[in-house]
Write a protein that binds this ligand. Structure first.
Ligand code: SAH
Ligand code: SF4
Ligand code: F3S
Length: 473
């Protein structure tokens, strides 16, 4: 399969998004129309959806949470595993049904699946009722596509270029307390199982001064926390060759004095000692690192193209633990990579037992068309892979609970984000170490960092009480 994004990549150019004036030229063109947006996948897609929402609202659309009420459906898709793909096509079935009853309904598909040739082909041939297909490189073109679509033909516009970086993007942010900030786009790592480099293109870092400016603006608007986003944040800056890297960016962002800084995702291969030192040095850089392991077996890591060994991963893990007091480290693990033996799997369990992660996302390997790993003939049955996943999860959950239990009785700082959806008498928030805490009372403290005494630990969350009820620190 050919991914266009690799074949004709052009040189990077930085542009101002205001050049895309369409939504300003036709404000409120879709006044009183409702849009329904569904987001799949990672934080990058969640943040892209905040950009999509802004364009739609500039055009006059208002958001609805009810599919049946909508005049426009946008599916922002993910391609990382087969089930993500199936979920989107399943949901599209519902949209098709709705369109039968409501022929004027507009359906637009964006995100990572749109960058796959085979998906575009499938939409063209099997889903002619889809109105617009746009990709990850041309989100800012969605307003133009919507306006042009008045001529009622299926419109497919997926860019193969990947050079542009837009500045000045406006977002309809979901939260007024925490904000996502892109620091780079794309990925050059080409792990052999992964589709992201094909759907998101080459690594392109934003210039440091633009990122710092965005954080300063967010701080002025009252945001308490920013999460710096990149598939591989440790590689930040390398493509720019301007003499700065991720540690420099972290320092400059820390100096804005925004209260909390997080970043995802770290790749063990690019994690330098200087970066660890900067994280340890600044109080507003949170002691939390998501450090995907993927496998504990050297031969599988090699086949995956991960560029580190089991020993190197453990050494890095231990170095981070030693230098950053109180740090919590989480991970991603794939089981059932083609031909993973029982011994390979035991190596993974061994790392889990050694590192005792605060939590882990665990997945069964899913072959992605066009990636090198998908060409490897696999002899392991799905049943065996499922058993391994179950065995792995038993350990992972045990250590999550253990890490949470270690906090029982302790007083921790929690940034309160909102009311607990199920129980309005409680609020929820996250510790500096990224643990979810449900807190009795404290509605007055939404948006504040408060001291909370942990009363009970569960596997995936903590219960706590505000030290002095209603008092914010
Ligand atoms: N850039 C990040 C993560 C990207 S995708 C990193 O390198 O860590 C998030 C997670 O999905 C990955 O860490 C990996 O564990 C999982 N993943 C990616 N491709 C997969 C595949 N083909 N099958 C199963 N899991 C996969
Ligand atoms: Fe995928 Fe590897 Fe890039 Fe992460 S680092 S996005 S797993 S290719
Ligand atoms: Fe999915 Fe694309 Fe993110 S494939 S995980 S939405 S980068």
């Amino acid at each position: 399969m050919n991914f266009p994004s690799l074949s004709n990549a052009k040189k990077r150019t930085d542009k101002k998004v205001e050049e895309k004036k369409v939504c300003y030229d036709f404000p409120n063109f879709f006044q009183n129309k409702k849009y329904f947006l569904r987001t799949y996948g990672c934080q990058m897609n969640v943040h892209d959806s905040e950009e999509i929402k802004k364009y739609l609202e500039l055009l006059g659309f208002v958001e609805t949470k009810e599919l049946e009420e909508s005049d426009l459906v946008v599916l922002n898709t993910c391609a990382i595993r087969e089930n993500a793909h199936d979920k989107v096509f399943g949901y599209l079935g519902r949209c098709k049904h709705l369109k039968r009853e409501k022929p004027e309904l507009l359906i637009a598909i964006g995100g990572c699946m749109s960058q796959e040739d085979s998906v575009v082909e499938e939409i063209k041939t099997k889903h002619p009722y889809v109105d617009i297909v746009f990709g990850t490189h041309n989100i800012s073109e969605l307003p133009r596509l919507l306006l042009e679509h008045q001529k009622k033909e299926q419109e497919i516009e997926v860019y193969s270029i990947e050079g542009d970086v837009y500045e000045g993007i406006k977002y309809q942010r979901d939260s007024k307390i925490t904000a996502w900030v892109n620091i780079m786009y794309g990925c050059d790592k080409f792990c052999t199982y992964c589709i992201v480099p094909y759907t998101r293109g080459k690594e392109r870092s934003r210039k440091l001064e633009n990122i710092v400016f965005e954080v300063q603006e967010l701080k002025k608007q009252g945001y308490k926390e920013v999460t710096l986003l990149g598939q591989n944040v440790n590689a930040y800056g390398r493509d720019l060759q301007l003499g700065y890297d991720f540690k420099d960016l972290l320092e400059r962002v820390a100096e804005t004095k925004i209260e909390r800084i997080r970043f995802v995702t770290s790749h063990p291969w690019n994690f330098t000692d200087e970066m660890i030192d900067v994280i340890a040095k600044y109080e507003n850089i949170m002691p939390y690192i998501h450090l995907p392991l993927q496998s504990g077996s050297d031969s599988i890591l090699k086949l995956m193209g991960r560029r580190y060994t089991k020993k190197e991963y453990i050494e890095l893990f231990q170095k981070i633990k030693k230098r950053i007091p109180n740090v919590s480290i989480t991970t991603d693990i794939i089981v059932g990579f083609p031909n993973e033996t029982e011994n390979d799997f035991l190596e993974t369990l061994d790392v889990v037992n050694t590192c005792q992660f605060d939590s882990a996302f665990t997945f069964i390997y899913s072959p992605r068309e066009g990636t090198p790993a998908s060409l490897i003939k696999d002899t392991i049955t799905l049943e065996e892979k499922e058993k391994r996943l179950q065995r792995l999860n038993e350990f992972v959950n045990r250590y999550s609970l253990k890490a949470n239990q270690a906090l029982e009785g302790k007083i921790v700082p929690v940034l309160v984000l909102g009311e607990n959806e199920k129980d309005k008498t409680r609020v929820y928030g996250y510790t500096d170490t990224m643990k979810l805490v449900n807190i009795n009372k404290g509605a007055d403290c939404i948006g504040q960092i408060v001291s909370v005494k942990i009363t009970e630990a569960k596997s995936f969350s903590l219960d706590g009480e505000m030290i002095e009820s209603g008092e914010c620190v």
